[in-house]
Design a protein around this ligand. Structure first.
Ligand SMILES: C[S@@+](CC[C@H](N)C(=O)[O-])C[C@H]1O[C@@H](n2cnc3c(N)ncnc32)[C@H](O)[C@@H]1O
Length: 209
């Protein structure tokens, strides 16, 4: 699993490598643009909104929202990713922070209309994902929403099929969302899954409490 230094090294070539995988419609980034565009359109349902991006990377999605006038916050543990994103969004409130530790103190008492995260949370173990999502809840406004776009599958069977197909370069260190299993932990909640490609999906969760 890449640590922050690994992401520092990937940062300058990141956009290009994502583009190649997405153009070939191959794992892991097949559907990447659609994932980001779908989340962009969901956020646009509100004219004004406070948006927190978890693991913003080079800021591909947040930069668009920033340019449209949304109040953008973000966290990412890679210094180089932060620098690249910061240059594109001078007034965005971007923090270098490891989300496996939760959220930084600077975000305490802020309520977001949208907490978004694309292609970042698969770095957490499944239990950690559940804890983290629960922790995020207190940072959501009353009608706020968590939107996660990632390599993700509706069922374990679909994940296994993808793994067999991409056996040679499947990344065993990444822990992808399996929606059927995740939703068991949020049984009464407003949670949904949208399939975007053979290896990408979007999970949406309303406020839990
Ligand atoms: C694959 S990139 C995705 C970037 C961007 N969200 C996108 O969709 O293109 C994953 C990002 O998550 C960040 N990241 C991974 N694990 C993290 C952690 N534990 N804490 C903070 N950031 C993390 C990496 O530094 C990287 O910028």
């Amino acid at each position: 699993m890449l640590n922050n230094k690994g992401f520092d090294l990937w940062a300058d070539g990141y956009d290009k490598s994502v583009q190649l995988s997405e153009e070939d419609n191959e794992y892991p980034f097949a559907g990447y643009k659609d994932v980001l565009n779908t989340i962009y359109n969901i956020v646009h349902k509100k004219e004004k909104a406070k948006v927190l991006d978890i693991g913003f990377g080079t800021g591909v999605l947040t930069k668009k929202l920033y340019d449209d006038g949304y109040e953008v916050y973000g966290i990412d543990f890679s210094k180089r990713m932060l620098k690249i994103a910061k240059e594109k969004m001078l007034l965005a409130k971007l923090f270098q922070y490891d989300f496996s530790k939760g959220l930084p103190k600077a975000l305490e008492n802020i309520q977001f209309d949208y907490i978004i995260s694309t292609y970042a949370m698969h770095h957490l173990e499944d239990k950690e994902k559940i804890n983290f999502i629960n922790k995020l809840d207190k940072y959501l406004s009353n009608d706020g929403e968590i939107i996660i776009g990632d390599v993700a599958f509706e069922t374990r069977k679909l994940l296994e099929q993808c793994k067999v197909k991409y056996d040679n370069y499947w990344d065993d260190e990444e822990i992808y969302f399996v929606f059927d299993e995740l939703k068991e932990f949020f049984p009464k909640e407003d949670i949904s899954f949208t399939t975007v490609s053979h290896c990408a999906g979007i999970i949406q969760l309303g406020k839990l409490s």
